[in-house]
Design a protein around this ligand. Structure first.
Ligand code: PBG
Ligand code: ZN
Length: 328
C-alpha cells in the first residue's frame, strides 16, 4: 500500500485515483451523437479550401455525395448546411428557387444518406449581394423587417420541400421564428422543427466564416440585429421571445466566450440548447495546434466539456469529423 501518501487525502482525490474511477464519476460525457457538423456547398466540381479554416472547404455539389457518405461513415448524425450561390443579388433570390444551391444540395444529401439529420441555414446574408441578414432598402439602406420575414418563411418552405429535416434561421430578425413556423404549418410541414439562433452575438469570431460563406456585409456591420458582447440579460429576452414564438431548440453563439449564456439558457428554458463553436474558435485552436503550442485533440475535447458542463445538449462544431476520428 505504498501507493497512498501517509497523510489523509480528500474525497475528490480518492475518486480520481485511477483512470477507471475518473471515468466512473465523470459528470458529463461526450459522444459523436452530440455533434452537428456545418458544411458549405457551392456549385460545380471544385472543392475550394477555406484559408482561415484549415481542413474545411466549400464542397462542390458534384463531390457532395462522396463527402456526405464519408461524414455518415464517421458516425456523425447531423449536419448543418450553408449554401453558396453562384450569383448573389439584393433579394437573395437563389434561396427562393427550388433550383437554388441549397434545395439542390438538400435533395442530394437526403437521397444519399436519408437518415442523416439535415439542418438547413436560411440566412439572407449567404444569398444577398449586400451581405446583410435582412432585406435592405436600396435607397436609404434601412433594414426592412417585414420583407425579411416574408423571405424567411418562403425559403423555409422551399428547404422543407427539398427534404430538409430542420430549419435554422441565423439572422436574429425580430419575429423570424413565428413567421417561419406559420409558413411551415401552412405548407403542412408541421413536424419540421426550428432550431433558432436565439442568442447570437455580434462577434469578431465570425470572420473566417465570412470567408467560407462569402457573406461579409458590404456596408456597416451586424451590431443592430446581433447582440452586444457586453450584455447577458438581453439574451434572456431574445431567447424568451423565440421560445414564445415556437422555437424547438435554442442556439447560443459563439460558445466558448459565452458559457455564462449557455448556462442561463439551460437554467431558464426547457428546450434543448445547442452551442455553436464558431469559425473563429476553430481557427484559434487550429492555429495554435499547427504551431505545436497546444495539443489539438486535448484542447478540443476540453472545449466540448466546457460547453456540456455549462448546459449544452448539442455542439455545432467544425471539429466534428476530427472528434469522430479521434474516438473511433
Ligand atoms: C450568417 C451566419 C454567420 C455564422 C453563421 N451564420 C456569420 C454572421 O452572422 O456574420 C457564423 C458561423 C461561424 O462563424 O462559424 N448569419
Ligand atoms: Zn446572416
Amino acid at each position: 500500500m505504498t501507493y497512498f501518501p501517509a497523510y489523509p487525502v480528500t474525497r475528490p482525490r480518492r475518486l480520481r485515483r485511477t483512470p477507471e474511477m475518473r471515468e466512473l464519476f465523470q459528470e458529463t460525457r461526450l459522444s459523436v451523437s452530440d455533434l452537428i457538423y456545418p458544411i458549405f456547398v457551392r456549385n460545380g466540381s471544385e472543392n475550394k479550401p477555406v484559408t482561415s479554416m484549415p481542413g474545411q472547404m466549400q464542397i462542390g455539389l458534384n463531390n457532395l455525395e462522396d463527402e456526405i457518405q464519408r461524414i455518415e461513415q464517421l458516425g456523425i448524425k447531423a449536419i448543418m448546411l450553408f449554401g453558396i450561390p453562384e450569383k448573389k443579388d439584393p433579394q437573395g433570390s437563389d434561396n427562393l428557387s427550388p433550383d437554388g444551391i441549397a434545395p439542390r444540395a438538400i435533395q442530394l444529401i437526403k437521397k444519399t444518406c436519408p437518415s442523416l439529420t439535415l439542418i438547413s441555414d436560411l440566412c439572407l446574408c449567404d444569398y444577398s449581394d449586400h451581405g446583410h441578414c435582412c432585406i435592405v432598402d436600396p435607397v436609404n439602406k434601412h433594414f426592412l423587417n417585414e420583407p425579411t420575414l416574408n423571405y424567411l418563411s418562403k425559403a423555409a418552405v422551399i428547404h422543407a420541400q427539398a427534404g430538409s429535416d430542420m430549419i435554422a434561421p441565423s439572422g436574429m430578425i425580430d419575429g423570424m421564428v413565428s413567421a417561419i413556423r406559420a409558413g411551415l404549418n401552412e405548407a403542412q410541414f408541421v413536424y419540421t422543427p426550428i432550431m433558432s439562433y436565439s442568442a447570437k452575438y455580434a462577434s469578431a469570431l465570425y470572420a473566417p466564416f465570412r470567408e467560407a460563406a462569402e457573406c461579409a456585409p458590404q456596408f456597416g456591420n451586424r451590431k443592430n440585429y446581433q447582440m452586444d458582447p457586453a450584455n447577458s440579460r438581453e439574451a434572456l429576452k431574445e431567447m424568451a421571445l423565440d421560445v414564445a414564438e415556437g422555437a424547438d431548440i435554442l442556439i447560443v453563439k459563439p460558445a466558448t466566450f459565452y458559457l455564462d449564456i449557455i448556462q442561463s439558457a439551460k437554467a431558464n428554458f426547457e428546450v434543448p440548447i445547442a452551442a455553436y463553436q464558431v469559425s473563429g474558435e476553430y481557427a484559434m485552436l487550429q492555429a495554435a495546434a499547427q504551431n505545436n503550442w497546444i495539443d489539438l485533440k486535448a484542447c478540443v475535447t476540453e472545449s466540448f466539456f466546457a460547453m456540456k458542463r455549462a448546459g449544452a445538449n448539442n455542439i455545432i462544431t467544425y471539429f466534428a469529423k476530427d472528434f469522430a476520428e479521434w474516438n473511433s
